[in-house]
Design a protein around this ligand. Structure first.
Ligand SMILES: Nc1ncnc2c1ncn2[C@@H]1O[C@H](COP(=O)(O)OP(=O)(O)OP(=O)(O)O)[C@@H](O)[C@H]1O
Length: 463
C-alpha cells in the first residue's frame, strides 16, 4: 500500500511545482516504503539527497499532511547503484492499466496504437470480483459470455454509474478468454481512444490498417460507449466494425453509463444493434458487498484490518467502489504514516476531511447484531425461521428498527431476512402497536435505538 501513498504524494507534488521541476527531480526517485511512520524516499546520489532536504522537504511534508499524517516525517536515502537502474521511467503503459501517477514523458508523434491484447488490467479478473445482489446478473452474463463467446449474448451491454465495476467485468471476460484460448485476439478500447485513433488514421491515411485491426479481433471490449453520441463519423465506423465482428460471431461487450435508449443522438441502426444481445445493469453495492470488497482488497494487500473498521469505511462510502477503495487506502496511509494501529477512531479521523460523518447510516446487519446481543440470541436465530417467541420478538424488533432507521424498502428488508415484504409489514405494525401498550417492549426498542445511534455518534465525535 505504500505505493498508493507514494502515488498520492506524487500527485500532490505535481500539482504544486512546475512540470519541468517535477520531471527533473521527482520522475527518477522512488519510495522505499513507510518505516515507523516515516516515508523513505530513495534518491540517486548524495547531491540529490541534499537538494531534496533543502528544497522539497516542506512540500513532501505538506503532501503527507494532506493525506492525514499528523506529524509527517520524510527521510531520504541514497539508492545503491543497482537499484538505480530499476527506477528508469517505465515504458509508457496503456491507458487501461492502472499505474501510480506516471512521470511525464515526451510523447512520440503520431501516437502508436496500443498492443491490443496487452491492455487488460491484471487486477480485473473474475476471482477478484465480489458478487452481490447489485451486480449478480451482470456477473452471470459476463461469465456466460466468457464461456461461450459470440454465442451466449452478443453484444453484451453493461451499464451503470461510475466506478461500479463495468470495466472490471469486461476485463474479466478478456482475462478468462486469454487464459483459455491464448491464440484469441482481444481488444479493449475506450470510445475516446477509438475516436482518436480513427481521427489519426484518417489524418495519416491509415484507415485500412485501423479497420483491419479492429475487425480482426475475437473479442472487442468498448468502454463508455455513451461517448459515441454526436460523433457521426465514429458512429459510422463503429457500425461497420460491429457488423463485421457480429457476422463472424465474434463477441462484443460494451459499457455505458446509461442504457442504449437513453444515449442521445445515437443512430437508430446502432441503438437497435446494441439491443440485439443482452442489456444488463450494475447498481450501487449494498453494505455487505461493500464490506466484502474492502475485505478482499485488504487481504490482497496483506493487511489485517478489523471487521469493525471495514464496516465503518463501508458505511461512509456507499455508492462508488473506486471511492470505497480510495477510502480504504486513505485509512491505511493514515495509520501507517502516524504509526498507529487500525481502529474505528483512526478510520474516522482519516476519512473526516473527505466524507461527512453525518452521512453515516445504520446498516441492517448492525441492527440484527444489536438485537441479538440485547436478547441474548444469535444473529442466525434472528435471521432464521424459528417461531419461538423469544426469537420472534427480537426479529420483529429488528425489522421495525431497520424500517425506522434506514432507507431500505419493505421488499429489501424482506430479502435480507429471507422473507417477503408482507412479513416485514406485519412485524412493523406489530411493534408499532406493541410499544403503545407494552412498556417493557417500548423500553427495549428505545434502548436498542439509542445503542445504534450511539455507535454512530461516537464515530462522528471521533472525527
Ligand atoms: N464487485 C466488485 N468486486 C471487487 N472490486 C470491484 C467490484 N466492482 C468494482 N470494483 C473495483 O472498483 C473500481 C472501479 O471499477 P471499474 O473501473 O470497473 O468501474 P466502472 O463502472 O468501469 O467505472 P467508470 O464508469 O468510471 O469507467 C476498480 O478498482 C474495480 O476493481
Amino acid at each position: 500500500m505504500s505505493q498508493e501513498i507514494w502515488s498520492d504524494v506524487l500527485t500532490y507534488v505535481r500539482n504544486n511545482i512546475s512540470e519541468v521541476e517535477y520531471h527533473t527531480w521527482f520522475a527518477p526517485v522512488k519510495t522505499l516504503g513507510v518505516r515507523e511512520g516515516s516515508l523513505v524516499i530513495g534518491v540517486r546520489n548524495s547531491f540529490a539527497q541534499e537538494w531534496f532536504r533543502k528544497h522539497y522537504l516542506g512540500l513532501l511534508e505538506d503532501a503527507l499532511r494532506s493525506l492525514g499524517a499528523e506529524n509527517p516525517q520524510v527521510s531520504f536515502e541514497v539508492l545503491p547503484a543497482v537499484q538505480e537502474a530499476m527506477i528508469m521511467p517505465e515504458a509508457s503503459s496503456s491507458p487501461a492499466v492502472a499505474t501510480p501517477t506516471p512521470p511525464p514523458q515526451p510523447r512520440p508523434k503520431p501516437v502508436p496504437a496500443p498492443e491490443l491484447s496487452k491492455v487488460l488490467n491484471p487486477k480485473y479478473t473474475f476471482e477478484n470480483f465480489v458478487v452481490g445482489p447489485n451486480n449478480n446478473l451482470a456477473h452471470a452474463a459476463a461469465l456466460a459470455v466468457a464461456e461461450s463467446p459470440g454465442k451466449a449474448y452478443n453484444p453484451l451491454f453493461i451499464y451503470g454509474d461510475v466506478g461500479l465495476g463495468k470495466t472490471h467485468l469486461m476485463h474479466a471476460v478478456g482475462h478468462y478468454l486469454a487464459e483459455k484460448y491464448p491464440e484469441k485476439r482481444i481488444a479493449y478500447v475506450s470510445t475516446e481512444t477509438f475516436t482518436n485513433e480513427l481521427i489519426n488514421s484518417i489524418r495519416d491515411d491509415r484507415t485500412t490498417q485501423f479497420r483491419d485491426r479492429y475487425r480482426s479481433v475475437d473479442l472487442l471490449l468498448v468502454d463508455d460507449i455513451q461517448f459515441l453520441a454526436r460523433k457521426e463519423r465514429t458512429q459510422e465506423e463503429f457500425f461497420h466494425t460491429f457488423n463485421a465482428l457480429y457476422e463472424n460471431h465474434k463477441q462484443i461487450i460494451l459499457s455505458s453509463d446509461r442504457p442504449p435508449k437513453d444515449i442521445q443522438t445515437l443512430e437508430g441502426r446502432l441503438r437497435s444493434r446494441f439491443e440485439w444481445g443482452l442489456i444488463t445493469d450494475i447498481q450501487s453495492p449494498e453494505f455487505e458487498t461493500r464490506v466484502a470488497i474492502l475485505k478482499m482488497n485488504a487481504e490482497q494487500a496483506n493487511i489485517n484490518i478489523p471487521q469493525e473498521v471495514l464496516e465503518l469505511i463501508a458505511r461512509q462510502v456507499n455508492t462508488n467502489i473506486r471511492e470505497l477503495e480510495g477510502a480504504l487506502m486513505r485509512v491505511v496511509a493514515f495509520s501507517s504514516l502516524n504509526n498507529v494501529p487500525f481502529s474505528r477512531t483512526v478510520a474516522s479521523k482519516a476519512l473526516s476531511n473527505v466524507f461527512a460523518p453525518q452521512e453515516v447510516q445504520v446498516e441492517m446487519p448492525e441492527v440484527v447484531r444489536a438485537a441479538a446481543q440485547l436478547f441474548e440470541v444469535t444473529t442466525e436465530q434472528i435471521k432464521g425461521t424459528g417461531r419461538a417467541r423469544d426469537i420472534v420478538v427480537p426479529r420483529q424488533i429488528a425489522m421495525y428498527l431497520i424500517r425506522e432507521m434506514t432507507e431500505h424498502s419493505l421488499p429489501e428488508i424482506g430479502q435480507f431476512f429471507g422473507r417477503d415484504h408482507s412479513t416485514v409489514m406485519h412485524a412493523v405494525n406489530k411493534v408499532t402497536e406493541g410499544i403503545k401498550r407494552d412498556e417493557e417492549l417500548a423500553a427495549q426498542v428505545s434502548r436498542l435505538r439509542r445503542h445504534l445511534e450511539g455507535l454512530h455518534e461516537a464515530e462522528a465525535g471521533n472525527a
